[in-house]
Design a protein around this ligand. Structure first.
Ligand code: NAP
Length: 326
């Protein structure tokens, strides 16, 4: 039997290299299950993988997409740990923008039934990244201040809501005024606009408390503003580079303020955590999603046949993810 898959045969611009193709539907081997996709997300790292610039690339031709949720629809010999209908992470290694894929049953991430399906579809990369950025980089205490750019990104919205739940205070930078109200409604303590020189007045925002952690997924001037706003001994974590420039650093803050710069990549962090550690992080994410403490907006859904429109939409200013459904 054949199934649809959004694939690329070379690395490049997604709108140029992606094609909707028919491929063989896989059959699960012993110990494996087949998962049928319910919804997949479009993330900036998908473009890195399709473009050939990401930290880890697939062999070509490759099915695109890294994050999706599905249900088990066939069991290989000897599988008893899950049943048909169990909702799980779509096997991301195989590429998430295809109708079905197989995975070892004992490597599945099972999604609790009380997590809404579209929340599950966006739960596997950005929320655990936000969780680890807040919990695993520096030892933050309730009342501590955290800064971030791309406040309206999926990571940013996760940070805002999780920080609220953990008793942390946030300053979120965005580049559109219309985002202030929705971010505040989600629990943002303070929203600042890119390029307004807000870093000079950070002490007024925090009433003199130091900012201990800055989350940088953009780079450029906004990363430099963060360093200026960090308190003595504060840490900046760079985990994305939407501006695409080299990381720059104002030397005096390194010397006189002892600011630290570190990096974070969920893929390698998850490998170090191991299966049990990842499941623990995901349980924390799912507990928040199930109780509604964490809710990520979904802006739109497109069938595979309209993947080009979906990608164009995902490249527009938005608040929430664009999903692909088979
Ligand atoms: N290292 C890791 O493990 C890891 C894990 C997850 C995510 N990430 C990174 O985290 C970032 C956010 O990912 P996401 O999926 O949460 O993003 P998203 O929901 O797709 O949102 C993209 C964000 O980037 C902003 N942006 C895009 N181009 C920009 C530019 N030139 N200057 C300033 N802002 C710009 C957008 O702002 P506008 O709305 O104003 O356009 C929006 O806030 C990405 O860099 C991604 O690669 C890294």
């Amino acid at each position: 039997m054949q199934q649809s898959a959004i694939r690329h045969h070379s690395f490049g611009d997604p709108l140029e290299v992606l094609k909707l193709e028919k491929i063989e539907q896989p059959e699960p081997k012993a110990g494996e299950v087949r998962v049928r996709l319910e919804a997949a997300s479009i993330n900036p790292s998908d473009y890195g993988m399709i473009g050939g610039s990401y930290g880890r690339l697939r062999e070509l031709p490759a099915v695109a997409g890294r994050e999706g949720v599905g249900t088990v629809d066939a069991l290989g010999e000897g599988v008893s740990s899950v049943s048909v209908g169990t909702r799980v992470r779509f096997p991301g290694e195989a590429g998430a923008w295809q109708v079905s894929a197989c995975a070892a049953a004992d490597e599945l991430i099972v999604v609790p039934p009380d997590v809404p399906v579209e929340q599950a579809a966006v739960s596997f990369i950005n929320p655990p990244t936000a969780y680890c950025l807040l919990k695993k980089i520096v030892d933050l205490q309730p009342g501590d201040w955290v800064l971030q750019n791309a406040g309206n990104s999926a990571v940013g919205l996760s940070v805002i809501q999780m920080a609220k739940a953990f008793g942390l205070k946030t300053i979120s930078q965005v580049r559109r005024e219309e985002l202030v109200a929705p971010l505040e409604a989600m629990g943002a303590d303070h929203v600042v606009m890119e390029g307004t020189g807000w870093a000079k007045g950070v002490g007024e925002i925090t009433r003199g408390a130091p900012v201990r952690l800055a989350l940088n997924s953009i780079g450029g001037e906004s990363a430099i503003d963060q360093i200026k706003a960090l308190g003595e001994g504060g840490t900046q974590v760079t985990f994305g580079g939407m501006v695409g420039d080299k990381v720059r650093f104002p030397t005096r803050f390194l010397i006189f303020n002892d600011v630290r710069m570190v990096g974070f990549w969920w893929d390698s962090f998850a490998r170090r955590l191991g299966g049990g550690g990842v499941r623990e992080v995901m349980q924390a994410v799912y507990a928040m999603m199930a109780e509604g403490t964490l809710s990520l907006p979904v802006e739109s859904r497109y069938p595979f046949s309209e993947y080009e429109l979906a990608i164009k939409h995902a490249n527009q200013p938005r608040l929430g993810k664009v999903l692909l459904v088979p």
